[in-house]
Ligand binder design. Sequence first.
Ligand code: ZN
Length: 284
Amino acid sequence: MTEKHPAPADAGQRKHARPLICYSVEKLPPFDSALHERARETMEKVDEVTIAPRDGGCFHVPAGHFFRIVSIEGPQVGDLNLWNAGDLGERFFSGKTRQLHATHVTTGDRLWSNLPGLRPMATITRDTLDWYGWDDDGAGVHDVIGTRCDPYTNHLLNGVDYHHCCHSNLTRALAGETGLSLHEAEPLVHDVLNVFMCTGFTRDTHQYFMKASPVRPGDYIEFFAEIDLLGALSSCPGGDCGSSHSDDSTPCYPLRVEIYQPVEGALDGWQPPARSGYSRTHGV
Ligand SMILES: [Zn+2]
């Protein structure tokens, strides 16, 4: 092992620099809970999709509708991808969402789109696991720090092909929904929101860890679609992610996606957010 470099004389002082929150998040558009609450009072379920265990599925949510991801039979983690339904090049940006909000998201947080769009695609309006907060291991629920389980990392580490990782489930779902080939659909699959997943970083080595999700049947996370969305959800082969993933050894359960439509007029005054106003000239 390579030896560490000696610490400089002022190492203690350098390590005690004051942490600063990177972004002035108080400048983000405020979460208008009154608008969502009013719309929620009148909304009616207009569609639902059941995602089979160890598989994926797609769903559409028009702007101004709500959707819920619901635990229905047992503790189960879901991996969520979102695209602009009219332009699959605009998709969920987990890294910026993490920087603007936190490692784990809950009610009031937005799911932001990639550059150059950088606008809210969806707003979280309900989270029945919001009681969880941060546990003694530093873990939280609904993470935007992990990616999705995938057959390449599994092949790298275990030397076998497994075809029901979330990456493959999302790829098959998107291909099936759009008519794209598997190889065309695959690059459109992106880093996920790990719905219901309980994760953190170990305190000593800062390694990514998972632990059994606290989700139980009846729990849900609810989103308000800010733009027309195509979503894909995978019921992770890790089940509650309390033991393993990328194999068939863990009990897995279906997840349900429910789409809700508010009555006409309930969203008066609301408009889908515009793409970023940056000129895109990059100084040229
Ligand atoms: Zn997975």
